[in-house]
Design a protein. Structure first.
Lengths: 243, 832
């Protein structure tokens, strides 16, 4: 169970420039009768505008940590803040609003809605924010153009290549102008050229718009460009290096 | 064997989904088993009661007797005995001598069928001897002894030890008359036997009817009812052309029609059920196949043949259907077992159920294993058929496409087709989701459309049916209300006449009363030289009566009565057919007058009316003469037996209000005003039964539609679990997910409801003018029931289900919608 008292104390000292802060975070999954510890007592602070890579072998807890930061999952123990919001204190609906307005997601398997076209997938989050149809259409189109997807706007995900789909995912994550983007192995399913282009886009958005990026990766090229690399092993942070 | 085992494991792969479908199939099968057993039980009771109380399983007559029962069409038992001896299934037989007669006491008279029976052999065929409530059954040595139904005895005002007079037409046109002592009263629960029959010994009948060794019928009982057809054909062959061998189906056509009607209802429910099962099983198999497409790709690339994959998928459908069937049969069987012991009580409609020849208002369901076996076979094929589409679809997969998760025939990723986007993204999302599985969506919509269309048509027939019945019954027999002495309703005794003329003017001024007509009514026997029939004889004023009833408009041959007619009668076409008489021919009426004397008068048929009534309806049971003729026949001077009234409106509230006002105006405490509802309880019971039946049908239809919709939406939600995870991860609120799912259901529901409503209205409109020709369906005891029903569309009949059904659909979709909204995003996204 989350420790609310600890959350209140930690929250009082939270730096206003801090994008993400997690304290003593643990996650234990129940698989049948067996308990699997995915994350053990992890504490981490990521400042606004940082470009942070989570690295480590498979099963080290990278994706679990991203899911907990992104309010997609609930920790077994520990506290989380995104900006000044303590996630443990929020209801399901409040968490949904937080994800909508502050966080952008890039999933490893793209996770586009299959019945919506590329532009509709990007528009979707803008519609959730209640933006008028004309404006959202313009912004979605601009986001797709920025990622080199001109001509693909009205195609369904099944009609796009893997790289194109991943770029649509990035456009969808960026279009609502979040303060934080969480990306799970964003280049894992891409060829090296497409991966490099995607990394360049992410770096450019980080520099130009000051968006905080936290991403998990196995890709050495991505790791090289990360300003901060946090290494996880067996659910614990074993190294935290800033270049 | 390997594929059987593989299919079984795949069935268990998603236990909740499989469980839900099995639950839907089981529920449907349970309902069907119970409904089927209930109808079978009702049918069996109805048949057994009728055959055991009078007709037996079969009868042998001289050829032509069934169409024209007469003492001239007779046989000798000795001539048919050898054929009966040779039949293995015959366990008993008895001889009878039957004829129409008028039975009377000082108090009352009734037309009946008088049967001479053999007290020794009759109990082997029928169980009348075990239905004696007072006194005793007939004995071989009895002289001048008679047994009657308790209802008839009450009408005649006679008890055990009392005396009755019987007048009949003997064999060669002479009149047979005799006095009998009532030795026993019976109560079979069979309205016909209790009201319109009486029994004497065979020897007495021979004497009364003036015959020797001849008999009108030989009644046969078999060891099992199902053997009737075989025995009938054997006896038909052995006996020569001069005889007719009739089964209970021919002897009791209304019962046979009722059985047919009940079986038709079962088939309708069966079709609904199999529709549900098809969609349920198809949904599950389709979804299970869709999510395993990659696995099929692997299987195909490893060398599995499309035929092996096809078989494996069909097995899955059969497993689900089979388990659902087994559970449904067990549950249904348990319920049938319970109700077979305690019975299902139909209190409000017990009168109508009795009228349908079932013994009581309690029905004991019976389960036939043949029925269960048939259902099992059909279910097996339905489940197999349901999985055919997904099986074929999967067997056609190309291995590489399947590995990449593509459907058979789906375009590869480089297709350049572009989709147009609109402003209403949520609506577009919902509509595109609906058409993701077009076959499933079409099937679901087809069930809703057909169910609603069929229900609207059925309810319009039912509304038309009872509206016409009420119109006919009040328009020919009762009017909207009558003023009479309360006891006259059941006794119909001329003693209960009163001076009605002073009331005529007084009642016509009561607000809400449109017209008043004086009447004289009595039960009489109408006949020609060698045959007679019971008749409700009504004396009317030819000028006043048309203001109350419309019998004048129903005259099809000859003419209606005129003032001054003194020896003219108008009868129904069916009665004329029975008597084999036509316009201009003479008939004799026997009726008991106010003083207890039996009077006979000859009348000439002036006209024949045809109201379209069926069975024992108005066209067969009623005759009209002028009021003075009736008053003369019954020695009533200027008195009348009742006043018939027409109101300005016929709705229940208005009738009740005006009847209360009339009762307040009546000075004589013996007189009372009775509404048509009180005068025709069978019609009221029939209306209530029809309304209840409609409610039962609509409940079944709506529950089944709800199951189909819930199943479809649930499957659709389950197969999109990952997408809901994505939506929630992107910040969609749980309420938006609920709205999206409800929007999909509403779109399916509203479109299908609109189609179903149109279908129902169009089918009804097609039949409004031509009408629907219905058989008797066992309601022949209800006055006014007609052959051709003109369906009636009412605003409530159309808009009621059209409004309620979408609400039911949305309620059914609520569970899957809420379920989708409560998904944890990350778990949902990891769902494959």
């Amino acid at each position: 169970m989350p420790n609310h008292k600890a959350a209140a104390t930690a929250g009082a000292t939270t730096d206003t420039t801090m994008a993400v802060r997690v304290v003593d975070l643990s996650k234990i999954y129940q698989q049948g009768t067996i308990e699997v510890t995915a994350l053990q007592h992890v504490s981490l602070e990521v400042a606004a505008g940082e470009f942070t890579a989570l690295v480590g072998p498979s099963g080290s807890g990278k994706t679990t940590l991203l899911n907990l930061i992104g309010a997609l999952d609930v920790p077994t123990v520990g506290e989380r803040w995104v900006g000044e919001e303590s996630l443990n204190a929020l209801s399901r609906a409040q968490l949904a609003r937080l994800r909508l307005h502050k966080i952008g997601f890039v999933f490893q398997d793209y996770s586009l809605l299959p019945v919506l076209t590329a532009i509709e997938n990007v528009e979707y989050v803008l519609q959730l924010q209640g933006i008028a149809s004309q404006e959202r259409r313009q912004r979605a189109n601009a986001a797709l153009l920025e990622l080199g997807l001109d001509g693909c706007q009205h195609r369904l995900p099944t009609q796009l290549s893997g790289g194109q789909q991943q770029r649509v995912t990035i456009a969808r994550a960026m279009v609502a102008e979040p303060v934080l983007v969480l990306a799970d192995e964003p280049t894992a399913n891409l060829d090296s050229d497409t991966g490099a282009a995607l990394l360049a886009t992410m770096l450019e958005l980080n520099c130009r718009k000051g968006i905080t990026f936290i991403f998990s990766t196995h890709d050495p090229m991505v790791m090289r460009h990360a300003k901060r690399v946090v290494r996880l092993q067996d659910g614990r942070i074993v190294e935290d290096k800033t270049s | 064997m390997r594929f059987l085992s593989l299919a079984w494991r795949n069935t268990l792969r998603n236990p909740r989904r499989t469980g839900l479908t099995i639950a839907a199939v089981s529920l449907g099968v349970t309902a069907l088993v119970l409904a089927w057993a209930l109808l079978d039980g009702g049918n069996a009771q109805m048949i057994e009661n009728m055959t055991d109380s009078y007709t037996g399983h079969m009868q042998i007559h001289r050829r032509g007797y069934e169409d024209d029962p007469s003492l001239e069409t007779v046989l000798t038992a000795a001539a048919v005995a050898p054929a009966l001896m040779g039949s293995g299934h015959v366990i008993a037989s008895t001889e009878r001598l039957e004829n129409r007669a008028l039975i009377s006491t000082e108090q009352n008279a009734r037309g009946i069928i008088l049967a001479g029976v053999d007290p020794e052999h009759e109990p082997g065929v029928t169980r009348l001897d075990r239905k004696i409530n007072e006194g005793r059954y007939l004995r071989l040595e009895d002289t001048r002894a008679i047994i009657l139904g308790q209802t008839l005895a009450k009408t005649l005002g006679v008890t055990v030890g009392g005396e009755v007079a019987v007048v009949t037409q003997a064999r060669f046109g002479s009149v047979g008359a005799s006095l009998y002592e009532v030795v026993g009263l019976y109560d079979t629960g069979n309205e016909m036997v209790d009201n319109m029959q009486a029994f004497i010994t065979l020897d007495e009948a021979r004497e009364l009817f003036d015959v020797n060794d001849e008999r009108t019928s030989v009644v046969v009982k078999l060891d099992q009812r199902d053997a009737v057809a075989g025995v009938q054909s054997t006896l038909g062959r052995e006996l020569q052309d001069g005889y007719e061998v009739l089964s209970w189906r021919q002897l009791l056509p209304s019962v046979a029609q009722a059985v047919g009607f009940h079986e038709a209802v079962t088939v309708v429910i069966l079709v609904f059920l199999f529709g549900i099962v098809t969609i349920g099983v198809a949904n599950v198999v389709l979804m299970s196949v869709t999510e395993r497409r990659r696995e099929f790709g692997i299987m195909l690339s490893l060398g599995t043949t499309p035929w092996q994959i096809f078989r494996s998928i069909v097995y899955e459908g059969v497993y689900i259907g089979g388990i659902g069937l087994a559970i449904g049969v067990l549950l249904g069987g348990a319920l049938v077992g319970y109700f077979a012991h305690y019975g299902i009580h139909f209190k409000d409609a017990s009168g109508i159920i009795k009228a349908m020849q079932a013994e009581t208002g309690v029905i004991y369901p019976t389960l036939r294993w043949g029925t269960v076996a048939l259902m099992g076979v059909v279910m097996f094929f339905v489940a197999m058929m349901a999985s055919l589409y997904p099986a074929i679809k999967t067997a056609r997969l190309a291995p590489l496409d399947a590995l990449h998760g593509l459907t058979a025939g789906q375009a590869p990723t480089n297709t350049q087709r572009e989709y147009k986007s609109g402003r209403f993204l949520l609506l577009q999302l919902a509509l595109r989701n609906i058409w993701r599985q077009p076959v499933r969506t079409r099937l679901t919509m087809a069930v809703i459309t057909l169910s609603l269309g069929a229900f609207i048509f059925l309810s319009s027939i039912a509304i038309g049916y009872y509206s016409q019945t009420i119109e006919n019954a009040t328009g020919t027999i009762t009017g909207d209300a009558q003023v009479l002495q309360a006891a006259f309703k059941s006794d119909m005794n001329a003693n209960l006449a009163f001076a009605g003329n002073p009331l005529l003017d007084q009642l016509s001024h009561v607000p809400g009363v449109q017209a008043v007509s004086p009447r004289v009514q009595t039960q009489a026997l109408i006949g020609i030289a060698n045959r007679s029939e019971p008749v409700l004889l009504i004396g009317i004023s030819p000028t006043l009566e048309p203001q109350v009833t419309f019998i004048n408009k129903a005259v099809r041959q000859g003419r209606y009565l005129m003032e001054g007619d003194s020896r003219d009668i108008v009868i129904g076409v069916k009665l004329a057919e029975l008597l084999r008489v036509g316009v201009g021919e003479k008939v004799v009426i026997n009726a008991q007058d106010r003083n207890g004397n039996l009077n006979s008068e000859a009348f000439v048929i002036a006209g024949l009316f045809d109201t379209g009534s069926q069975g024992h309806g108005i066209d067969r049971l009623v005759g009209y003469i002028t009021l003075p003729s009736a008053q003369h026949l019954l020695a009533l001077d200027d008195d009348i037996t009742n006043l018939s009234l027409r109101f300005t409106q016929r709705d229940d509230d208005h009738v009740l209000r005006v009847v209360q006002q009339i009762n307040a105006h009546l000075g004589d405490p013996k007189l009372t005003a009775m509404s048509w509802q009180a005068l025709l309880p069978e019609v009221v019971q029939m209306r209530a039964l029809i309304k209840k039946s409609l409610l039962f049908v609509v409940t079944i239809v709506f529950v089944m539609v709800a199951i189909v919709v819930m199943n479809t939406i649930l499957m659709s939600v389950l197969e999109r679990t990952r997408e809901f995870g994505i939506m929630l991860a992107l910040g969609s609120s749980p309420s938006l997910v609920v709205r999206l799912v409800m929007l999909e259901s509403a779109a399916i529901g509203l479109f299908a409801t609109a189609l179903g409503t149109m279908l129902g209205v169009v089918i009804t409109l097609i039949h409004v003018t031509s009408g629907v020709n219905m058989a008797a369906h066992g309601l022949t005891a209800v006055p006014g029931v007609t052959n051709v029903i003109h369906p009636q569309l009412t605003v409530l009949g159309v808009l009621g289900p059209a409004v309620i059904l979408p609400v039911v659909i949305l309620l059914a979709a609520l569970y899957p919608a809420v379920r989708a909204s409560r998904l944890a995003p990350i778990k949902a996204m990891h769902q494959v």
